[in-house]
Design a protein around this ligand. Structure first.
Ligand SMILES: O=c1ccn([C@H]2C[C@H](O)[C@@H](COP(=O)(O)O)O2)c(=O)[nH]1
Ligand SMILES: [Zn+2]
Length: 160
């Protein structure tokens, strides 16, 4: 008889996004993303981090500083953009993006242009910002659906 307590597709893909987030060096918000095609195949993953070639130890990770150049914001690559750029499977047309944080407006534009049609997000802690409001406007206008991931509270423990 087959086992019944296997994880669902949504749990699997959001789980991969959450695991990817654990690679992030950001001390305040770790974001992970997982892009999946219509055949339930993972076509890319990503997390927020400094661009390739930048030494993580030489870059600022602060949220505030005397100048914006003393903060992470102008430098860090967002998880969604990394996942889109990391894909080696060609077109992302019709794919679904699982992401641990609701995408900012810059990522929303990249998501739309890549052909991704569905976003499943876990947390929307910046929902009140103009950036996230702009993402919602863009998604609605451009036919990208977005939905909150509904956890059933299951915990998956990995001892690695
Ligand atoms: O769409 C997004 C928005 C943000 N991120 C990353 C960028 C930063 O590394 C953190 C946000 O840091 P805060 O300290 O919470 O401001 O999240 C992303 O990957 N994707
Ligand atoms: Zn972003």
């Amino acid at each position: 008889m087959k086992r019944n307590d296997y994880i669902s597709w949504d749990e699997y893909f959001m789980g991969i996004a959450m695991l990817s987030a654990q690679r992030s060096k950001d001390n305040s918000t770790q974001v992970g993303a997982c892009i999946v095609n219509d055949k339930h195949k993972i076509v890319s993953v990503g997390y927020n981090g400094m661009p390739t070639g930048c030494d993580d130890d030489d870059m600022p990770w602060e949220r505030e500083g005397e100048s914006s150049l003393d903060t992470k914001y102008p430098f860090v690559c967002h998880a969604e953009l990394n996942a889109i750029l990391n894909s080696s499977f060609g077109s992302l047309n019709g794919c679904t993006l699982y992401v641990t944080l609701f995408p900012c407006n810059e990522c929303a534009k990249a998501i739309i242009q890549s052909g991704i049609k569905r976003v499943v997000y876990k947390c929307n802690k910046y929902a009140d910002t103009d950036s996230v409001k702009a993402s919602c406007i863009l998604f609605e206008k451009c036919g990208v659906s977005f939905e909150e991931y509904r956890s059933n509270g299951k915990s998956i423990v990995l001892s690695v």
